[in-house]
Design a binder for this molecule. Structure first.
Ligand code: CA
Length: 145
């Protein structure tokens, strides 16, 4: 039994290999695409349960792949892999339909945890602030009008 079919789109061979080894030991069935064209083709086939998507890719970049996947009407969860300096770009990725992102370099532990957090085919993301303040925190106004 596997956790699902995971498509890893990553052009750095060492990173792709390390990540896929880890994910396989976690029970994922991993397919690797090593450039954007391959990735686009595999991603829009609709057979993956989860896509790990690098941003900077030869031929077709991660944003275009993300957009294409959503344009195909696929709601597969997409996690973008991005370098720290590209963090601002991630907002674009989220706007194009990515579900979340992971900053590279990351430890395998961090990646595993992220996967555990991936909600099955849900794209619902709560952007609402969790911070709620109780009204009237001040002691001076105890008299309810
Ligand atoms: Ca890359």
């Amino acid at each position: 039994m596997t956790h699902g079919r995971l498509l890893l789109i990553e052009d750095e061979p060492a990173l792709a290999r390390g990540l896929s080894d880890t994910l396989r030991t976690q029970g994922f069935e991993v397919t690797i695409a090593t450039d954007g064209a391959q990735g686009l083709d595999a991603a829009t086939r609709g057979t993956a349960d989860l896509i790990l998507l690098d941003v900077m890719l030869p031929k077709v970049n991660g944003f275009e792949i993300c957009r294409a996947v959503r344009a195909h009407g696929l709601d597969v969860p997409i996690l973008m892999l991005t370098a720290k300096r590209q963090e601002a770009d991630v907002v674009l990725g989220l706007n194009l339909g990515a579900d979340d992102y992971i900053i590279k370099p990351f430890s395998c532990r961090r990646t595993r945890r992220s996967h555990k957090c991936v909600p099955a085919p849900s794209r619902a993301r709560s952007h609402a602030g969790d911070v709620r303040r109780l009204p009237g925190g001040s002691r001076g106004t105890t008299g309810d009008a």
